[in-house]
Design a binder for this molecule. Structure first.
Ligand SMILES: [Zn+2]
Length: 330
């Protein structure tokens, strides 16, 4: 079949094709055909009148029935559905040609299918409505999630402030002690419908709906809180301009020395503030090594070594030597 008679397969194109309606090639003069010059006839465009199903294709020089061609589930009139009608001298004869085809029951059924199709919403509108529905649902879910994040961050900050361990040994749903974080979240959810709904959704579809209560989420929130607190400390130290540093070393579980860098400065209200600025692994426990560690931390937060107005170090006698060396360098 020529391209005008090809029915697209994909839903959207097929929908558009059907809505466009019958193939009707209008020509100034239609080709004549038939036996002998005297009997030659041609298609006539006035035949379209009163026959909204009728099609004419110039590629085939033949007539077709649009609804039977498009909606006919089986071939019952090959001429009007597939090969095309060309017996122009019989076109208007009673019980033949157009009249015979239009009287058939199948044609009636296909005409109804066409009508029903046209009264339905276009496929792209249907798809858009579906997309909109999914999007709205997604937005609502997302919004709900965003609403619970401040609560979870608040729990994180409170636990961090109280130096409480977050995790439990058994965090499964049936555990009687899931760890402080999950137990507190559960407690708050008993009084907060948004959080309760969020946890319910997350446990119903764990793959598509993040709960934000997993160990990795807890770590992430701790990091966010730490970042926020640190940014605030750095901002306050910069506002105060001059500050003092206190260094303290503690061996961690792997016996490596961890260096805590504490800053003392005058806060906005005039009070002395003492805050932990950072916690780094001390590469070398020498005056030189400690100096480099301190310098790299101060550089990281864009704090000037020149603005240091005081130094304090832990009193451990074994360390006093290198600290005094450091003190001299700073
Ligand atoms: Zn038909």
């Amino acid at each position: 079949m020529s391209s005008a008679l090809n029915i697209p397969h994909d839903r959207v194109s097929r929908d558009a094709y059907i809505r466009k309606g019958p193939v009707r090639d209008f020509l100034d003069s239609y080709p004549k055909s038939g036996l002998g010059k005297k009997h030659q006839r041609s298609f006539q465009s006035k035949w379209f009148e009163g026959r909204k199903w009728l099609e004419y294709s110039k590629d085939y020089d033949a007539a077709f029935c649009f609804p039977c061609r498009v909606f006919g589930t089986a071939i019952y009139d090959e001429t009007f559905q597939k090969t095309g009608f060309r017996q122009w001298h019989r076109a208007l004869e009673t019980n033949r040609g157009f009249a015979k085809h239009a009287m058939s029951q199948q044609h009636e059924i296909n005409m109804n299918s066409w009508q029903t199709f046209l009264s339905s919403e276009p496929i792209d509108a249907q798809l858009n409505a579906e997309r909109r529905r999914i999007l709205e649902l997604g937005n609502k879910e997302r919004q709900n999630r965003y609403e619970v994040l401040p609560i979870l961050l608040d729990v994180t900050n409170t636990l961090a402030k109280l130096h409480l361990p977050f995790r439990g040994h058994d965090e499964t749903e049936t555990s009687s002690n899931k760890g402080v974080f999950l137990e507190v979240v559960e407690l708050v959810s008993r009084w907060n419908a948004d959080l309760a709904n969020h946890l319910k959704q997350a446990s119903a579809k764990p793959k598509s709906y993040p709960s934000y209560t997993s160990p990795s989420s807890q770590n992430e929130m701790i990091q966010y809180s730490a970042q926020y607190v640190r940014e605030k400390i750095v901002k306050d130290v910069k506002a105060s301009k001059y500050f003092a540093v206190c260094l303290d070393t503690t061996p961690d579980t792997s016996k490596r020395d961890q260096l805590s860098i504490i800053v003392r400065y005058v806060g906005a209200n005039g009070d002395i503030s003492e805050d932990l600025l950072d916690f780094v692994h001390a590469e070398e426990m020498t005056a030189e090594g400690l100096f480099e560690s301190l310098k790299s931390v101060l550089d990281k937060y864009e704090l000037k070594m020149d603005n240091i107005r005081g130094q304090g170090y832990d009193g451990c006698s074994t360390m006093s030597g290198c600290y005094s060396g450091l003190q001299a360098r700073v």
